[in-house]
Design a protein. Structure first.
Length: 245
């Protein structure tokens, strides 16, 4: 039983339109370049493949991709783009679902390790990645650095976006490392729709410890897919751990 929220049909149907910015070539191309480079001539496994934003593009680059995804409706959207034979997906929890075969690359992008809301499940997710890697293979994560430096003293709320048609706020529990993102969307008629999502935020150093528990070694950490240096000002990281050969 996972603590992840299971994304429903409405969320799935809106996902690609809502995330249009994540499909922009300047965002997606460096992601796919980076992953294709690490996969080399091997196969890749995407945890939480969703509607196939990255997986479909990586398949198009000649990398055999398999996915694990919790939400049936998200996979239904992916299936409108690509068939089962070209990109197989297993419905299940990325922390515990296993599939046959060994992979040169396992990857988990767009902050999604945080959708597992306990430390134990996040550790299991690292272990599951390690389990599917061939010796010398890599596990790659793209993850935000928790922006709690932006919390005013005594406050638990950070404004993430206040723009035309959308406002979002994150609320933090600093004891349990839980975060809830609250989104308010206003449509053309002025109707406001509210949605929220719960996460467990995790620091890069805690990721390294989880990787160590899973028998993986940190190989590199960048601020983004273009391999910019990761610094104390970086608000996100792309990290690569390697399974010893
Ligand atoms: C932000 S979307 C990312 C989808 C895709 N990787 C992308 O980059 O567009 C998060 C996805 O994670 C999936 N997810 C959340 N928890 C999961 C879990 N425990 N196991 C597998 N998939 C999960 C959700 O159903 C959703 O499709």
């Amino acid at each position: 039983m996972t603590t992840s929220e299971v994304w429903g049909r409405q969320q799935a149907e809106r996902y690609d339109a809502n995330q249009a910015g994540m499909y922009a070539p300047e965002v997606l191309n460096p992601t796919v370049d980076f992953l294709a480079d690490l996969a080399g001539t091997g196969a890749a496994l995407e945890f939480a493949i969703g509607t196939g934003r990255v997986g479909v593009a990586l398949t198009g680059r000649g990398v055999p991709v398999t996915g694990i995804e919790l939400s049936g409706p998200m996979v239904a959207q992916l299936r409108q783009k690509v068939g089962e034979a070209e990109l197989p997906v297993i419905i299940g929890d990325m922390a515990t679902t296993t599939i046959d075969g060994e992979f040169a690359l396992v990857y988990l992008v767009f902050n999604t390790i945080s959708n597992l809301r306990t430390q134990a499940e996040q550790v299991e997710c690292f272990r599951n990645a390690a389990r599917h890697l061939s010796p010398g293979g890599r596990f790659v994560i793209e993850l935000w650095v928790p922006p709690i430096r932006r919390l005013a003293p005594g406050q638990q709320i950070v404004a993430m976006d206040v723009s035309d048609g959308h406002a979002s706020f994150d609320t933090y529990d600093l004891v349990t490392q839980q975060c809830i993102s609250h989104h308010y969307d206003r449509d053309a008629e002025g109707t406001i729709r509210y949605g929220s999502g719960g996460f467990r935020y995790v620091w890069p150093s805690e990721c390294d410890l989880m990787a160590m528990v899973a028998g993986l070694e940190l190989e590199s950490r960048y601020a983004d897919w273009r391999r910019s240096p990761f610094t104390s000002e970086s608000d996100s990281h792309v990290s690569v751990w390697r399974k010893p050969a």
